[in-house]
Ligand binder design. Sequence first.
Ligand code: FES
Length: 103
Amino acid sequence: QREWVVACSTDDIEEEDVIRFDHGSATFAVYRIDGNFHATDGWCTHEQAHLADGFVLGNEIECPRHQGRFDIATGKPLCAPVCEPLRTHPVRIEGGSVLIGIP
Ligand code: FES
């Protein structure tokens, strides 16, 4: 059963940008690309680095630590040193709020 939680409002994220959202002990990265919103786990799958501190490049997020890249929509690792996929989470927009579905 998924829990839907409000991560931010749609205005909180600039186009082509990412913000951090913490919930309980978990942390997420919430993205806005071409007017669409996406959510992934916040921590890079390589080492300890928060992806919201990285850069959005088109449909990709570049990790701030060793410049590994993931596809934001699918979590697919795209270049070394990342090889583990990033977990993605469903997003819903309701009345100007961005909700993410947490497992
Ligand atoms: Fe992200 Fe190394 S911590 S690429």
